[in-house]
Design a protein around this ligand. Structure first.
Ligand SMILES: *Cc1c(COP(=O)(O)O)cnc(C)c1O
Length: 365
């Protein structure tokens, strides 16, 4: 079997050691004679897993004590609705930053619950940058932003501090870099981009913010129900949480978030340098807002794009086709993607350029 280098945007790759431990646990978990897929979520052994996973999240992200760490289901897409369902009353208003495809989806859901004010948008340039924004409207219920725009390849490196509760979709860059949790009132992230397999959604929320909820919401949509039941109001996604725990232990071994951030900067710089150097390619995002997780770029023309996609596929480079709204290429450099895979991609771009030059020389001769 040819070795693959998976640049897919999600679900993310996981370290081989994590995959191996997960595979073992499916057959015989910790020599219990049971599979992780069949153990009771109320067993002491699994309660230990969920507690440990919470502690790892707290440790790796320096989560303050007055914040809760919750494991939900439904992906980040459910959070698009759950946030306004809890915090946006009829006749109140929420502010949104419109920075891309997922931000738009969040806005659409919020409009079902109350008034939405878009305080800044980068739609005019196909979301290729993070717009400037400001707000001193203290009456809005919260301000919603997306830290990393997975499809467009832009990332926020600064966050607003207007004294308005800040809610952030961190699905595609959580655990990839240091953050100050105190800057936010609520953070959510689908697990499958950097934390583990799909099926679990991480929420980190300030207790005071959760206590401010006035709306009556169904139990499964009520953050406080998850908080008050240690994320075990119903059956949690046991396997997804277990593998996330393994993955966070792996992350700790990489020097934690600080260690992986250094590696992520290195990987992203390597690829952007080649994009900027190679005359056949061009980056699509504003340089100051380039994402370190999802690198978006284009070829000089459609024929070149097609040819490179095929060239890359033959080398085992998987998942580099850009999302249909942006086109071109997208290479996702999530935590577990080794630097060696980035080297393979960069070398492929160089080889491709050289073969082009050779073709042209032969045509001239
Ligand atoms: C992938 C992604 C989503 C959607 O996540 P699901 O868990 O599939 O619902 C939302 N926001 C961002 C930023 C994403 O990258």
């Amino acid at each position: 079997m040819q070795q693959k280098h998976n640049f897919g945007a999600g679900p993310c790759i996981l370290a081989p050691s994590v995959m191996q431990q997960a595979a073992n646990a499916v057959i015989n978990w910790n020599d219990s004679g049971l599979s992780i897929l069949e153990v009771s979520h109320r067993s002491a052994a699994f309660e230990n897993v969920i507690r440990k996973t919470q502690l790892l999240v707290r440790e790796l992200l320096n989560v303050p004590n007055d914040y809760s760490v919750l494991f939900l289901q439904g992906g980040a897409s459910t959070q698009f609705a759950m946030v306004p369902m809890n915090f946006l009353q009829k006749k109140s208003r929420a502010a949104y930053l419109d920075t891309g495809y997922f931000a738009q989806k969040a806005i659409k859901e919020a409009r079902l619950f109350g008034e939405v004010e878009i305080i800044a948008s980068s739609k005019d340039k196909n979301y290729a940058y993070i717009p400037d924004y400001s707000s001193n409207d203290q009456r809005v219920a919260y301000l919603h932003c997306t830290s990393n725009n997975t499809i467009e390849g832009t990332e926020m490196f600064e966050f607003p501090g207007f004294g308005i509760p800040l809610v952030c979709d961190m699905s595609s860059d959580i655990f990839s870099r240091r953050i100050n949790v105190r800057d936010f009132d609520l953070i959510y992230a689908g697990a499958q981009k950097n934390m583990g397999p799909a099926g679990m959604t991480l929420v980190i929320a300030k207790n005071k913010f959760l206590d401010s909820v006035k709306a009556e919401v169904p139990a499964m949509m009520d953050y406080r129900v998850f908080r008050d039941n240690d994320s075990m109001y119903n059956t949690p996604p046991v396997f997804s949480i277990y593998v996330a725990m393994l993955n966070l232990l792996w992350l700790k071994d990489q020097g934690g978030v600080e260690g992986i951030e250094k590696m992520n900067i290195k990987k992203a710089n390597m690829l952007y340098q080649e994009i900027d150097r190679n005359p056949l390619f061009k980056g699509t995002a504003n340089v100051a807002h380039r994402s370190r997780m999802n690198v978006t770029f284009k070829a000089i023309d459609e024929a070149t794009e097609k040819a490179f996609l095929q060239f890359a596929e033959e080398l085992g480079l998987v998942g580099i086709k850009g999302y249909r709204t942006v086109g071109g290429f997208r290479a996702s450099l999530y935590n577990a993607l080794p630097i060696a895979s980035v080297e393979v991609l960069v070398n492929a771009m160089k080889q491709f350029e050289n073969s082009r030059k050779l073709e042209q020389t032969l045509q001239l001769a």
